[in-house]
Design a protein around this ligand. Sequence first.
Ligand code: LLP
Length: 412
Amino acid sequence: MDHFHYKEGQLFAEEVALKDVADTYGTPTFVYSKATLERHANAYINSFETMSGLVCFSVKALSNISILKTLKKSGCGFDIVSGGELHRALLAGADPKKIIFSGVGKSKEEMVSGIEANILSFNVESQQELQRLSEVAAAMKRTASVAIRFNPNVDAGVHEFTKTGRGSDKFGVSTETTMDLAKECFKNDSLNLVGITCHIGSQIMELKGFQDAAKQALELLVELDKLNINLDFIDMGGGLGVNYVDEKTIQPYELIQCYEKIFANRNERLILEPGRSISANAGIMLTKVEYKKDSFLIADAAMNDLLRPALYDAHHNVWPVVKNKNASSVNLVGPICETGDFIAKNINIAASAGDLLAVRTVGAYGFVMSSNYNSRPRAAEIIVDKDKFYLIRKREDYSSLTALEEGLDDQI
Ligand code: LLP
């Protein structure tokens, strides 16, 4: 459930009319509802019954520092995948002991920053990475905490680009290699094995893949018991799907119940790394129609602002900010010079030049995937809290577009 709703034909975020946001800050603009973010975080946090749980919001889904602060206050930790995300999480005041560092390609510098910050765990994905982490930690005379990411070889049945748990994907290591790496950690004074982890994909609509992966995690834990290796946590990653159109979704409590059943006899903590299911439906993108031409509504937002439709052929619902009559089938496109630049195809909506539209379910993998393609400044970001709204990222301007470029003084 989210907090975007109509009152007398006008679209509101909580108690703020979205028209007021557009009038104040212009378009395109991403608008997030604080109450929705908190509600979704709590849907996870309050669902743990038998296991002690930690919810590490996946920063890649929505990384604005004000959003991270909001989620931190709700009790979330963070799943990060880069030094940049670590920087953001720390700026947001995150407890380092609630930060886990995922990703297949951590650089030495990123390892140093993570060790210096004293994070909960590096989720390691290869033998070479473990070797590097051990060398970096030894050189710093420190011990790095490690969780091994195993690849359960399950097909989560989602978009080809967002499956991550098949044997052929670049993520994690086989269960056999997981055991080898665990033994290596056990022998190595610079490494402290604290967990096992996996993540099978994103926008997942069925429990089966999660269950299969959890059963494999359990088998690994039993094998590790035999070697007297005890862990702090089992990290089952993220991946829960959300409602983009009217899909039936799994609720966080159903997922957690399923894990608690499988891990019923274990003492480890359960860590989850949800991104999309916390933030996607907490965000909309406001855009204005510039022109109408035949079946095209040409908006001021484009694929540089919201890449998902062009990249994944993803569908996002579009709602008018002020309800109108006489809807017809149209294609909402942007000003970028590519036929692939569309926001939504064949949507039924009544709109003409000057009208405001809200593109829904863009709070995850929306702003964070935006770019400056076609030298378009990035959109503004706003958070709504009850009847107030706050700018949390300024709209970029032309000077931000060229700020890092050299040679403007004709030296080159
Ligand atoms: N943990 C790890 C290790 C991940 O790689 C991801 C997402 C998550 C957690 C969070 O997954 P979520 O709960 O959000 O499904 N850009 C794509 C999604 C890419 C997901 C990448 N990894 C999209 O727009 O659909």
